[in-house]
Design a protein. Sequence first.
Length: 279
Amino acid sequence: MARPPDTGVPPVDGIRTGVGGWVYAPWRDNFYPKGLVQRRELEYASRHLSAIEINGTFYRAQKPDTYAKWRDETPPGFVFSAKAPMRITQSRALDRTGTQVADFIGGIAGLGDRLGPLVWQFDRGPRLDRDRFAAFLELLPREVAGRPLRHVLDVRDPDFVDADYVALARRHGMATVFTDSDEHPSFADVTAGFVYARLMRARTGLAAGYTGPELTRWAARARAWASGGEPDDLPRIAPPADTDGAPREVFVFFISAAKERNPAAAMALHARLARSAGG
């Protein structure tokens, strides 16, 4: 099979669409070309999506050589986001994880200009201590190897997610995940100069996971975020922050649910955005 061209899918007015991971057996029937070998799946996916969220780093960080390999397999302009290791986010002493944070970020810096937002996921379980959590945010560096870093907070304890949490994220300029899900806290407060959304309602019976009208609504919401505004039909916890209306980068990932449909959903949303670009 011929090697794909070294061109990727550019974001539309700062909006990127993608999926979680790139190794998933059902995608070999409805996304990857028949006969494509597994070692070339990232190469293919990164030329049909504008971003991919790396989930494997949540379970263990990779060697710098692995990150460099992933960088070299993807085209210029492509971006990875990545989940930080759970050994950090599940620590009972978050405020003492500075060395582990530095080790993880120092390694993943090997992605170079493909490195996008870092997602710090805090699952339900032991209650987060607010003082330790606030101290932990102070540990997160704002740049690595001369490149700015963007951090995303994904707190899944509904009792922790309140106006104080939103205010803390805003003080640090860190995004909070908008999760379109009944399983996790779902709120669309904008807390940073970029937006990070994880859409989790794809259905198996739909070729693109979502209906056309649903994708049209998500395109409109993404454009509202990208233009410096906010959608008026999503839940919030706190009043909107005062902003200067500057354009934002927006990441929209189709995650979980009917996972086999997520690449089609991401590509369909990108196509809607592209058709309306400049309109």
